[in-house]
Write a protein that binds this ligand. Structure first.
Ligand SMILES: [Zn+2]
Length: 79
């Protein structure tokens, strides 16, 4: 399930319909010096692309809080 929908308590299936497929998106600014990898549904994928990372996080404050509370599970180990 989309991490943003989960944190924001949104019905991901309802909002995305049959096309609901999650992507991995990278956030570069949320954790200093580390990349966060989050699952995003098509809707939040587009929102992130349109708004940019900082505005996206401001639009989804519960998600930002969720990220900070669970930062270990989102930090990418590929660096
Ligand atoms: Zn979503």
């Amino acid at each position: 399930m989309c991490d943003v929908c989960k944190a924001e308590n949104l019905d991901s299936d309802f909002m995305n319909g049959a096309r609901n497929k999650n992507n991995a998106s990278k956030l570069y600014r949320v954790f200093k010096g580390q990349v966060a990898v989050v699952k995003t549904c098509p809707l939040h994928d587009i929102q992130l692309f349109m708004l940019g990372e900082q505005k996206f996080l401001l639009e989804n404050l519960s998600f930002l809080k969720f990220l900070n509370q669970n930062r270990r599970s989102f930090i990418s180990n590929s660096f």
